[in-house]
Ligand binder design. Structure first.
Ligand SMILES: [Cu+2]
Length: 211
């Protein structure tokens, strides 16, 4: 009787541990037949963005010439190309970009989605400055910190454009006339620009933090 009780206990424990995994949001991954690959959510919508967390993915590999390969932060799982059948994966997604492909046809059978907050690479900002013609110099008064492409039009052979400040010290030649492009990384702080030939031709640029 005691033995039966232990078996009963184990049975109940097995039942109780079962639903815990099923509580994860369910996703459906599918590859084949034909050149199709997809990842959909419970409402059968294509997965484009998910909250971070643990998910159960039901994988249906319906072709012996394709596979389903999922990679991203902390996740690397795939079915075999030659295998056909169903699998269940438990995966934990964190912030980032995830991609799935058929490894045999990665250029045409592919998809991706984002999870949580994806760090975006800030775009390179564009600014322009000029000196001349005549005794004048022009540049912005304010800017945000970050990588910046600065186009300088030096339109006079009597002055130059000279920019100095945190991490930057660049200038055109006084006798030089022409357009130059500088890639600079502006940091929060104050930058000065001037003509080295005429002390009165100057100004300041205030750079504020990007975020
Ligand atoms: Cu394929």
């Amino acid at each position: 009787m005691r033995y039966f009780g232990v078996l009963l206990f184990l049975g109940v424990a097995a039942v109780l541990s079962g639903p815990a995994a099923a509580d994860n949001p369910l996703l459906q991954a599918s590859v084949g037949p034909g050149f199709t690959i997809s990842l959909t959510d419970a409402s059968r919508a294509k997965v484009t963005h998910l909250d971070p967390g643990t998910y159960t993915i039901h994988v249906s590999d319906q072709s012996d010439m394709h596979n389903f390969d999922l990679t991203g932060p902390g996740v690397s799982k795939s079915t075999d190309v030659a295998d056909v059948g169903e699998q269940e994966w438990t995966v934990t997604f964190t912030d980032g970009v995830y991609r799935y492909v058929c490894d045999v046809h990665a250029t045409i059978m592919k998809g991706s989605f984002t999870v949580g907050n994806v760090p975006t690479t800030p775009a390179v900002k564009k600014m322009s400055a000029s000196v001349g013609p005549g005794a004048k110099i022009a540049f912005a008064r304010t800017a945000k910190a970050g990588k910046t492409t600065l186009t300088v039009r030096d339109l006079t052979a009597k002055d130059n454009f000279h920019l100095t400040g945190p991490g930057v010290n660049k200038k055109t030649g006084v006798a030089f006339k022409g357009t130059v492009k500088w890639t600079v990384t502006l940091k929060a702080g104050t930058y000065s620009y001037r003509s080295d030939a005429h002390k009165g031709l100057k100004g300041t640029l205030k750079v504020t933090p990007a975020a």
